[in-house]
Every structure is written in structure tokens, then in C-alpha cells.
Write a protein that binds this ligand. Structure first.
Ligand code: NAD
Length: 460
């Protein structure tokens, strides 16, 4: 399969298009590893291996950050200073958990010793999308390995290069064969074969909600464990008592960071009617100042949309928004960086968006903001929750009581107050409603890579 650099449209690599037979081979290797030394390895030693992978990733950071930018189109400053360092941090965080997954003793009425053990699930298939190719892989690989599972990692077909580099790196640090298998190929063949394979115990998936539903149905036949991190249409709510300059910055970062190809992007800007006009004007002014550039240039803040298909999808939504009567106040067109090549898009802002419009309801997954007005806090909550999604939300206010009240009412797995798009490996992340289930990051992610065994010893 060709790998395309979305900033130049050039084919930069070719990778294997795996088949169902390759999936069988990966499962055999994984099961052999589970039955072999990995299955017997002391937890602390697993932790050391994860830590060594983090160190090696940090040593190879320039090369791997460059690969991430080349196949995804994101600015090198995001790859080099955010995504790859965070990937190393995820490995370190779960390295520390490896030897701390203990059970408990349970008082029972009979004369018995009852205790629990946290055991690995077995073979985990991690299926990841193209927007944060290595980081989202680490969100799955690190807790899975820390808990003693083995992993088959399938990167998105558009962005396989950093997963392959990571597989190489795992070999360099001495991870035993079969513990981490990287398999490249199309979702419909390789992904589907993983989901249906009886030798796989769990699917950890990040991607589109419709793909998630399909995976859930397909995984039913073998009754696999599944966790799904899916799409979003997250509301970013601005009250008139907020620090409005900070809120303008937050609204802009919330939608334009990562070209808007961020599942938690604040793509619905809910603004109090009394400040709506001045606020949207300021957001639009910032959007117009963001100019796309060469992703490899360290000064570039806005890179290329990840693929031609994704750019076409974003442009289609712009047309729909115009057709339904939203007012375009910034951007709206494809742009270029003077080379005549590349899938670049202007940061785009629509005002006068009504809640029933398509751009208020469907995930675009690009740099397009839909601004919607509200009257009071309860209307803001109702509008925010009027979505099939529930991944994240933002609240901007100086009123502490209002902040906690609104946070408690929002149907979202993550609520930011007076900030947006900030993450930490310790803070769990995941969806409500059709944004999926299960949690990644933090201690809670480990629950989804272990199963509980109760042991009852008769002492009578
Ligand atoms: P996608 O669902 O098309 O692909 C995701 C992955 O699934 C890819 O590796 C793909 O090859 C694979 N896949 C496709 N069909 C499959 C099948 N039938 N069986 C198994 N695997 C299959 O999504 P995408 O286009 O790569 O990513 C964009 C979407 O992902 C957006 O909707 C976005 O919101 C969502 N996303 C969510 C999160 C999150 O954490 N919630 C993070 C990133 C992206």
C-alpha cells in the first residue's frame, strides 16, 4: 500500500497490505508469547521493558516525530514537542503500574480465605486511526503490556509508519518476540479479520462511531471484550462572565489544534447571545491569522489535512452549512502553501448555526467551527447535551458555582473549565453516549485490560 505525504501529495513509502493469513500468523505469534517467557515474566520486569521503550523513543524522537509529520501532515512542532513526548510519557506512566496491579482479600461468612487476582485478558488487538497515530497506539499498547497482555497493533492505512518504527524500537529494547505485533493493511480486511478472530480476546478501538458499531456487532460472535473511543461533537460553552480573551484563545485552540482532526475538538461553540457578535468576531479574526505552512517548518502552526478524502469531506460540510443558511465568517476554502500541492484547508468559522443544522450535529473532523447562541445556563446545558455524542465539553466562566453546576449536568466523559484540549496521562479519557465506552489513560484504563479472578480457599 502506498503511503502519501498529505502536504506534498507524494508517495513516501510502501507498506505491506496484510491479509487474513497474516492476521493468523500474528495471532499465533501472540499466543505463543503469552504461553512463553512473557507469561512468566515478573511484573516489575515488564515495567522495566516499558520504561526502556520510553527511553528509546526519546532517543529516536527526531526521526519518529518527522515520520509522524510526513504521513499525517501535522506541524513538526506538534509531533516533536507534544505527540511523541506524550507517547513516551504514557509508556513511563504504565511502566510504573506494572507491579502495582494487586487484588484484595475479601471477608466472607464461611471459614475461608477469599482473595482476588487481576489477570491479563490475553491477546489484545489495538486498532487506531490516523489523527494521532503513535499517541493513540500508546494509549492502548502501554496499559495492555503493563497488565501482562500481548498486543497486535493495527495502525490506520494512511499512517502506518510510526507504528512500524515503534515495532522496530520494541525489538531494540529486547521485548520478547510475539509480545507486540504490528500489522498494516486496510480496515475492511485486516481490521475485520482481527475483530472476528477467535484467538483474540479484546479489541481496543479508536475511530469513527459507525466503524465502532460495526465492530461491536462483529465482535459479538466471539464475545470479545471491547472498548470503543469514538467520535465527538463537543460543545465549548462561553458565558458572558468569562475571561473573554482567554475564552477566545480556548475556542480557537479547541477547534484548530491538530487541524481539527481531534476527537475531542470543541467543534460546537455555544455563546451567550449577549456577547455572541463581538466574541465570534474575535474568534474569526484569530482564525484568519492562522496560515497553513509546510508541516516540516518549525514555525508552522497549521499543517495539511491528513488525506484527500478527509479534505473532500470537510469541504462537503462547508457546502452543506452554506446551503442550510449558516453564515461563513472565516475561511471556507481549500488553500495552498505556494507549492500548488497538498491538502490544506483554511480555518473556518460559521456563525448563526442553529442546533438542527447538519454542521451542529455531525462530526466533521476538520478545522470547522459552528457557533450557536444560547440564552441562559439551562439552555446552554440543553443545547450542549442535544447530541448523540458525549466525549468532551468546555465551560468558560468566572462563576465557580455555575462552573460546577454545568459540569455536573453535561453528558460528556471529560469537562474542561476555563481551558480546552489539555490532557495528562493520569487523567482518564473516554466517551458518554455514542462517543463510546471504556476509559483510556489513568488508573481506570487498567480495568479494561485485566479480568478479576476470585479464589476461595476452604479453611474449615
Ligand atoms: P475509521 O473508523 O475509519 O478507522 C479507524 C481504524 O479502524 C483504522 O485503523 C481502520 O483501518 C480501522 N477499520 C476500518 N474499518 C474496520 C473494520 N470493519 N473492522 C476493523 N477495523 C476497521 O476512523 P478514521 O477515519 O481513521 O478516524 C476518524 C474518526 O475517528 C473520527 O470520527 C474521530 O472522531 C474518531 N476518533 C476518535 C477518537 C477518540 O478517542 N474517541 C480519537 C481519534 C479519532
Amino acid at each position: 500500500m502506498p503511503v502519501v505525504n498529505p502536504a506534498t501529495e507524494a508517495v513516501i513509502a510502501e507498506v505491506a497490505a496484510a491479509t487474513a493469513a497474516d492476521v493468523d500468523a500474528a495471532v499465533s505469534a501472540a499466543r505463543a508469547a503469552l504461553a512463553g517467557p512473557w507469561g512468566q515474566m515478573p511484573a516489575r520486569e515488564r515495567g522495566r521493558l516499558l520504561w526502556r521503550m520510553a527511553e528509546r523513543l526519546t532517543e529516536r524522537i527526531d526521526e519518529i516525530a518527522r515520520l509522524e509529520t510526513l504521513h499525517n501532515g501535522k506541524p513538526i512542532r506538534e509531533s516533536r514537542h507534544v505527540e511523541i513526548p506524550l507517547s513516551a510519557e504514557v509508556l513511563q506512566y504504565y511502566a510504573g503500574w506494572a507491579d502495582k496491579l494487586h487484588g484484595e482479600t475479601v471477608p466472607v461468612s464461611a471459614n475461608g480465605l477469599v482473595y482476588t487476582r487481576r489477570e491479563p485478558l490475553g491477546v489484545v488487538a489495538a486498532i487506531v486511526p490516523w489523527n494521532f497515530p503513535l499517541l493513540l497506539a500508546m494509549w492502548k499498547v502501554a496499559p495492555a503490556l503493563a497488565a501482562g497482555n500481548v498486543v497486535i497493533l493495527k495502525p490506520a492505512s494512511q499512517t502506518p509508519l510510526t507504528a512500524l518504527a515503534f515495532g522496530d524500537l520494541a525489538t531494540e529494547v529486547g521485548l520478547p518476540p510475539g509480545v507486540l505485533n504490528v500489522i498494516t493493511g486496510a480496515g475492511g480486511t485486516v481490521g475485520q479479520a482481527l475483530v472476528e478472530h477467535p484467538g483474540i480476546d479484546k479489541i481496543a478501538f479508536t475511530g469513527d462511531t459507525s466503524t465502532g458499531k460495526h465492530i461491536m456487532r462483529s465482535a459479538a460472535d466471539t464475545l470479545k471484550h471491547i472498548t470503543l473511543e469514538l467520535g465527538g461533537k463537543s460543545p465549548n460553552i462561553v458565558f458572558p462572565d468569562a475571561d473573554l480573551d482567554a475564552a477566545v484563545r480556548g475556542a480557537t485552540v479547541g477547534i484548530f489544534y491538530g487541524k481539527g482532526e481531534v476527537c475531542a475538538a470543541g467543534s460546537r461553540l455555544l455563546v451567550d447571545a449577549s456577547i455572541k457578535d463581538q466574541f465570534i468576531e474575535k474568534v474569526a479574526a484569530r482564525a484568519k491569522k492562522m496560515v497553513a505552512g509546510d508541516p516540516l517548518d518549525p514555525n508552522t502552526r497549521l499543517g495539511a489535512i491528513s488525506s484527500k478524502a478527509q479534505l473532500d469531506r470537510v469541504l462537503r460540510y462547508v457546502d452543506i452549512a452554506k446551503g442550510e443558511g449558516a453564515t461563513l465568517v472565516a475561511g471556507g476554502s481549500r488553500t495552498d502553501i505556494g507549492t500548488g500541492k497538498g491538502y490544506f484547508m483554511q480555518p473556518t468559522v460559521f456563525a448563526d448555526v442553529r442546533p438542527e443544522m447538519t454542521i451542529a450535529r455531525e462530526e466533521i473532523f476538520g478545522p470547522v467551527l459552528a457557533a450557536i447562541e444560547f440564552g441562559d445556563a439551562d439552555e446552554a446545558i440543553a443545547r450542549a447535551n442535544d447530541s448523540m455524542y458525549g466525549l468532551a465539553a468546555g465551560i468558560w466562566t468566572r462563576d465557580l458555582k455555575k462552573a460546577h453546576y454545568v459540569a455536573s449536568k453535561l453528558q460528556a466523559g471529560l469537562v474542561w473549565v476555563n481551558t480546552y484540549n489539555v490532557y495528562d496521562v493520569g487523567a482518564s479519557f473516554g466517551g458518554y453516549k455514542q462517543s463510546g465506552f471504556g476509559r483510556e489513560l489513568g488508573q481506570h484504563a487498567l480495568d479494561y485490560y485485566t479480568q478479576l479472578k476470585t479464589v476461595w480457599v476452604d479453611l474449615a
